[in-house]
Design a protein around this ligand. Sequence first.
Ligand code: NDP
Length: 303
Amino acid sequence: MSAEPVLTLADLAAWARPGTSLAVLGHPIKHSVSPAMHNAALAQLAAVDRRYAHWHYFRFEVPPDDLPRALKLLQAARFHGVNLTVPHKVIAFGRLARVDAAAQPAGAVNTLRLEPAGWHGFNTDGYGLATAIRAELGLPLAGAHVLLLGAGGAARGAAVECLRQGCASLAIANRSAENLRALLDIVRPLAGAIPVRGFAPAEAPADLPAGMIVINATSAGLRSGDPAPVDLAALPRPAAVYDMIYNPPRTPLLQAAAALGLTHAHGLGMLVHQGAKALELWTGVPAHCTAPAMAAAARAALA
Ligand code: NDP
């Protein structure tokens, strides 16, 4: 775990640090590996360009009601960039000077950059997911049949990215029918000619195609004793399984994938690639240059 201390709004109100400051805001934030990832990448950049020796990435514990004040204080303190994690990605959406067009359909932002007009919001989670699936499963989302598990915030971003990349079809399975319906209502207008359907995980239609990429965007698997969010053995044989959960690294879903001999990966790559893309938005350094240092730091922080 990174030694980066957990700061609060009181620290921010008295901020006097020279140099370029970056931060992640969350509630809770104690377990975030983002400070370790970003500071490792900044150290790598500083070794070849001394400007980055004055950059540092901090963590702030910010309860949801304090987010508006936090954004004002960060702007006043001239923070250059901010990452947002649970529960701020959606709350921040309506409070920014500008939101990147690609982040609009997701209704959530995870990266902010300070510009003369104020905070400019982006969402790098979709890039992180697509890049990790391509790199670790060897599969593009473009042209893929996708089975997405879940209907929360992460599933919404994933569904938007699958459609944006031009998947062949999108099937969404979720435990609660109400949340599933809400996600389908958001996703269908974005789908164009791409077939989209939804169902309960135990009621998968018999005509699902073989060779799907199964993406877990539920939190089932975070806690020990959680069930797998779907019975993989009951589906037509998938091409591969991606679980957004990375801690623990072997969820019941990934154990089932391994038992069936399916290519699979946990979600650390997504975390790394969204982080590298955020750093690219702040520095201009291409994400693929900093992703390896971030991955090594994330693995060490979680070990
Ligand atoms: P939300 O709370 O918004 O959504 C949770 C989802 O999980 C809902 O669809 C919920 O179903 C489902 N769910 C929860 N418990 C169970 C269960 N026991 N069985 C079946 N389904 C269940 O969470 P997020 O969307 O923000 O996050 C989802 C997951 O994605 C988390 O594990 C998170 O760690 C991970 N994530 C990983 C990222 C990465 O970079 N790797 C980035 C973002 C998220 P229902 O609607 O029925 O309640």
